[in-house]
Write a protein that binds this ligand. Sequence first.
Ligand code: ZN
Length: 280
Amino acid sequence: MKANIFRFRQPIIATFGTIFLSFLLSVSHPYLHKDTMATSNSLVAFTETERGFAISDGVDSNPMEQTKTSLVASTAYKTTKAFEQYKPRYAVAKIDPSNYGDRYSTDIHGKTLNNQPIAVLHETVGSATSAINTFRTPQSSDQHQSSYHALITLDGMIVYLVPSDKRAFGAGNSVFKSSWGIETVQTNPNLPASVNNFAYHISLETPPDGRNKSGNSYHSGYTDSQYKSLAWLLALSSIPDERITTHKNVDLSGNRFDPRSFDFAKFLEILHTYRQPTAG
Ligand SMILES: [Zn+2]
């Protein structure tokens, strides 16, 4: 059953092209419309000024309209009625190109890469707006470049930041331990190996009582809307449950603990109401 999603092993472009097909065709759809992103004028029309990022509400770029496509594209899972009924708000924020890059098909030693995608969950620690502003700031130093593919605000809105076929810089110095062994990829000789080349990074906006606290502390947790939007977003992908992880779990630096106070069991329960494995 799960063999279906591993059908396209190489090259990685084909892998991501397949596994993230639903993203490309639906949730990241606005990125494919250069008109939407190309000029500040067109962005102004969709700007939600109090938050400071672009919001798209056009019918033709509404990811919900593409949901049926993702149903067909995903062979490992099928989405449910509950998935169809949940319609999260979404926005698209343009971030600085220095904060993300291409996904590589080989590592720095020329080895062909065939990692299957993982999803890595984070929290913003600051506000969503402050995270977006950070990613909008050009960073010339490799060490300071950072981004997520998407973040989810406290009220459950999904903000798309980096297209799924690009490499967001969400977790430096990291490994994913799977049943296949240790997975990590070095694509930059100046930086440690990381999971970024095969990761889809999603961050949850931290509640006010957890803002700007460092270390392994706790806070009041995430809203029901955030859990639902997160599950909805991942239900669009074919990333299996066992390849959904946290920054804390992949981190090797020893100082990443996010997302703190995340209820993984609650998340999985909602995810399973939004998608189910296809039979055979
Ligand atoms: Zn993180």
